[in-house]
Design a protein around this ligand. Sequence first.
Ligand code: FMN
Length: 220
Amino acid sequence: MDAIECIKTRMSIRKFKPDPAPTDILMKVIEAAQWSPSYKNSQPWEVVIVSGEKKEALSKHLVELLENNTPSCPDLPEPQAWPPVIDARITALMKKRGEILGVDLNSPEIRKKSKTANFRFYGAPHGMLLFQDSSLTPWSVFDMGLFAQSLMLAAHAHGLGTVPQAFLTDYAQYVKKFLDIPESKRFVLGISIGYPDMESPVNRFRTDRVNMDEIVRVIQ
Ligand SMILES: Cc1cc2nc3c(=O)[nH]c(=O)nc-3n(C[C@H](O)[C@H](O)[C@H](O)COP(=O)(O)O)c2cc1C
């Protein structure tokens, strides 16, 4: 698969086959992502892979926190509002996804179900949790985005599916404690990874993109 095809056919996977991916393939995916550019080649990323019993226990812990209405504590604050143009895109996505799945994604009950599915890694056999030192500036968070995209593309090239999940960082302090990760680390993003179950309707839905003229201006 060439680079353009890889970029254009990657999509967020929200139902996985239970089969674990071989460790050497997961390592190859991370090794490829290491070639992402970063500010002054600082490479400010750290990856924790959770699998098996520990991942199940982490899911259980997160679902319990949610069930107990524990206030979330992400290291990167959740956006509280969006500029109108962007808000409209998010509303359109939610509407379309809701229609396809036959649910109202804004209902509190469905939102809770959706968070629970996130906390269960959408059934993926592995989670890759991305951390960095919390003293780093927003430039290093930017680098994490580059790393995350390279990782997801490399996974896709190996036949694996991924989904980036801000929700997995909701209980950042608890995740760090549970996995014995120093409090001084910033939990930036969680990525579920495994073989995609393409039979599932949830994986048949593809997001679209805005017209180029909404985002590009050519000045000469
Ligand atoms: C930083 C970031 C955080 C995201 N958080 C979540 C999440 O918590 N749960 C989820 O199901 N999808 C999450 N997504 C996936 C987006 O919804 C998805 O990338 C977007 O709708 C475009 O769809 P595509 O990935 O299939 O192209 C996140 C994506 C990014 C980049």
